[in-house]
Each structure stands twice: as structure tokens, then as C-alpha cells.
Design a binder for this molecule. Structure first.
Ligand SMILES: [Zn+2]
Length: 294
């Protein structure tokens, strides 16, 4: 499924509304109900979310994702409200939508990795196109936009959380709320990362992220450490200009307390489960997980 949207489209996040786990609440702060002049895009997100969570109309049928808040959508909303202990008024208001977002993020089922069309295929998965604009991809529910944040050794996000990297690629930056270190990543992987962190936590292998989005300057520093073996434990680092970290689609993972996962049960769990969320390990670095495996 194409749960996330990407830059380069007219209305990226909203255009992918046929599938689930969009952060609906942040985009749709209103009440949606039968007979009202509802925002079509928001109603589509609600309908898609209900479909993903398998709340049907009273005949047991999946909802049409048509943006029309009719009786069938109302029936599915009432079922959802009942299941969540909310008042069963059939109106999708802020409380119901927040509960929908929460249920979508916590949905512990199989997860199809994000495979946007606007990417360069590489390795196991995908990477970003240099110079493309991904800044309109919203930070997923369960992640937080990083406004006016200075990155390690160079670069800063603007008031909208947008960062332009060394080759002109425009990224929106967020951190996964479950990551105790609040490490920046690109919004394009935020939904996958939130789902991975949640699943790891549910499996009792809670994670933290020791490195995510890096500035070119930071990659230069780490590469120099690797070449000269005089800092960062001399750890392997890719040449500046070639790392998935510079596009914010690689994550260095550790235990929740920051310990190495090399040779641990956490690593085994990740090896078996991270690909479900679109993350692949670079075999030479136990800590490095990315959208392409590089
Ligand atoms: Zn890494």
C-alpha cells in the first residue's frame, strides 16, 4: 500500500488518502458528519482509516473512499466509537479522529514498506532523488516536526521543519516520539519508523536512534574519523555525498538506553522484523538500517 505520500505531487499527503495511517487529526480539525458541508479530502482520510482498521458499514461492506460522509460512513464511525468507548454520535470530531490516528499508528499488523514513485531504486528498497522536493510529506502520527533545529555540525531546519541538504534535496524533518534521543529523520520514513519503533517496543525490544539525518559536514567529520581512526571509534562511515543519512532515510539503532545491538536479541528481532517496515540492515554495520539497506 502507498501509505505515505511524497514530494513532487500537487497535494502529496492528501492524494495518497486511499490507504491508512495518515496523521488525520493534524490536517482535519473539524467535525465531519452526515448532511454537513464536509471537507472531501478529510472524509477520504477518515474512510481510508476505517477501512484499514476494518470497521465496516452495517452490511459488513468496506467503505467507498469517496469523500462523501454518508450513512455508511456514519455506521462505521459508530462501530469505531463503540469499540473505543467514545460517545456514539456518528460524528467524526477531534476526539474520534485522534482515536483513529492512535489506532492506525498502533495497528500491529503486517506493514508494506513505503515505495514512492519519485525515488531511485537501490538495493533492497529505495532511496531519494537528489535535488527533489520531499518537504511536503508530513511527519507521521507518532512523530514530531522539528522546527528551527540545528543539526549536528551544520545545517538547520526552518520554521516549518524543512531542511535543504548539500545537493538541494528538500526534506521535512521529524523525530519518532518513542525515540528517547529525538534523533532527526526525513518525514518520508517517519511513518515506517514510528511503526518499527512501536513494534519493537511491543516486542520488548525498545529502540533508540543514535544517528539519523546528517548534514554533509557531519558526514565529512565521521568519514574523517573512519579514515584516520581518531574519533567515533573509527567506525565505518560512507563518503560524504553518498550516505543515506544525508537524505535522512538511514537510522543507526541502539537499545533504548543507547547500548549496542550487535549480537543481541534486539538485532535478531530487527533482522526478522524491520524489513516489514521497509528497513534493511547494512551487513557490515549492525546498527545501520535504511530504506535501501545501504
Ligand atoms: Zn548509519
Amino acid at each position: 500500500m502507498t501509505a505515505l505520500a511524497f514530494g513532487g505531487l500537487a497535494t502529496p499527503v492528501l492524494s495518497s488518502s486511499a490507504e491508512a495511517a495518515q496523521p488525520i487529526a493534524s490536517q482535519c480539525p473539524s467535525n465531519y458528519q452526515v448532511g454537513a458541508k464536509n471537507n472531501v479530502t478529510c472524509v477520504k482520510l477518515i474512510q481510508a482509516g476505517l477501512n484499514t482498521l476494518k470497521y465496516t458499514d452495517n452490511s459488513g461492506a468496506k467503505l467507498a473512499v469517496d469523500g462523501d460522509y454518508g450513512t455508511k460512513t456514519k455506521q462505521a464511525i459508530i462501530k469505531f466509537q463503540k469499540a473505543k468507548g467514545l460517545s456514539q454520535d456518528g460524528i467524526a470530531g477531534p476526539k474520534t479522529i485522534a482515536a483513529l490516528d492512535k489506532a492506525l499508528v498502533n495497528k500491529p499488523t503486517t506493514y508494506t514498506p513505503y515505495k514512492p514513485g519519485n525515488v531511485v531504486s537501490s538495493g533492497s528498497g529505495w532511496t531519494l532523488k537528489n535535488g527533489a522536493d520531499y518537504s511536503s510529506v508530513q511527519c507521521a502520527s507518532g512523530s514530531t516536526l522539528m522546527k528551527n533545529t540545528t543539526l549536528n555540525r551544520g545545517g538547520k531546519t526552518d520554521a516549518n521543519g524543512i531542511y535543504k541538504n548539500y545537493n538541494g534535496t528538500k526534506l521535512r524533518v521529524c523525530y519518532v516520539n518513542l525515540d528517547p534521543k529525538h534523533t532527526p529523520i526525513a518525514s518520508v520514513i517517519s511513518q515506517n519508523a514510528v511503526a518499527l519503533f512501536q513494534a519493537a517496543k511491543n516486542a520488548n525490544y525498545p529502540l533508540s536512534m543514535t544517528s539519523g539525518l546528517r548534514s554533509y559536514q557531519n558526514q565529512q567529520y565521521l568519514y574523517s574519523c573512519y579514515i584516520h581512526k581518531n574519533c567515533n571509534n573509527g567506525n565505518t562511515a560512507a563518503k560524504p555525498g553518498t550516505s543515506n543519512h544525508e537524505n535522512g532515510i538511514a537510522m543507526d539503532l541502539a537499545t533504548a538506553k543507547g547500548g549496542s545491538i550487535k549480537g543481541t536479541a534486539t538485532f535478531t528481532w530487527l533482522k526478522n522484523n524491520a524489513p516489514k517496515y521497509g528497513f534493511y540492515n547494512l551487513p557490515s554495520e549492525a546498527w545501520h538500517w535504511s530504506a535501501s539497506g545501504k
